[in-house]
Every structure is written in structure tokens, then in C-alpha cells.
Design a protein around this ligand. Structure first.
Ligand SMILES: [Zn+2]
Length: 61
């Protein structure tokens, strides 16, 4: 159920598809928009789709 919800989410800025990153650290889940180079946090399983909360990805990474 939760995974299905995450798959339906799109970037609030460009409406593009988001990549759901699920590293071993469960608290570090993120939804990444590669077009905008932003990573939206997932807190307690709830995606925070706010640009102000998003992490800017390092273009060198
Ligand atoms: Zn985007």
C-alpha cells in the first residue's frame, strides 16, 4: 500500500517521475527528482513534497 502510494508521486515542480531511494537506513528514504536535482525526504513513511524541505543533490555526486 505504502509503496504503491510512493510510486504514484510525481515531482511538485516538474511533475516528473520520482525515484524512490531506499537505503539500508530506513530513516534516510528519499524521493529524488533527477531533473531538478532535489531529494524530498520521507519521514515516518510520509513523503514531504515541499521544495523548502528538499535536499539539493550535489551535481558532482
Ligand atoms: Zn522535478
Amino acid at each position: 500500500m505504502e509503496v504503491r502510494l510512493l510510486e504514484l508521486l510525481v515531482c511538485p515542480l516538474c511533475k516528473g517521475r520520482l525515484e524512490h531511494l531506499r537505503p539500508p537506513q530506513q530513516e534516510a528514504q528519499e524521493l529524488v527528482c533527477h531533473a531538478d536535482r532535489l531529494a524530498f525526504p520521507v519521514r515516518d513513511g510520509i513523503p514531504v513534497m515541499l521544495e523548502s524541505e528538499a535536499r539539493v543533490l550535489d551535481p558532482a555526486a
